[in-house]
Design a binder for this molecule. Structure first.
Ligand code: FES
Length: 119
């Protein structure tokens, strides 16, 4: 609830190193996560979502969980970690937390792809 009322890290990073967007097939909501990477760690992270309150809360929570982590650690953050950190989500809202984890992983994959192109 606290993350729903006061979401952290909302917004965009205009010069992001990786951007991940996913749509939720269950409800049609959308989520985008932006990351800045320094020395293989997530230095900054922001999100934008067109989703329900649970999607906002889980995105807010995942940005807090991921910040400062290495990319490998952040790849291991699961939907369940997010839901657990929020003190559990009602089953009907579990799909909302999928969005945040999937968007984070997509942003990291996009960053890794960008880097390969640069090399
Ligand atoms: Fe769509 Fe929650 S109802 S993300």
């Amino acid at each position: 609830m606290e993350h729903f009322r006061n979401p952290r890290n909302v917004g965009e990073i205009p010069d992001a190193d990786g951007v991940g967007s996913v749509g939720n097939p269950v409800c049609g909501d959308m989520m985008t996560i932006y990351i800045k990477v320094e020395e293989n760690r997530i230095a900054d992270i922001r999100f934008k979502t067109f989703g329900c309150g649970a999607a906002v809360a889980t995105s807010s929570m995942i940005t807090e969980l991921a910040k400062g982590k290495t990319l490998d650690e952040a790849m291991k953050i699961t939907r369940k970690d997010v839901a657990d950190s929020l003190g559990g989500l009602p089953p009907i809202k579990m799909h909302c937390s999928n969005l945040a984890a999937d968007a984070l992983h997509a942003a990291i994959e996009a960053y890794r792809k960008n880097k390969e192109v640069d090399r």
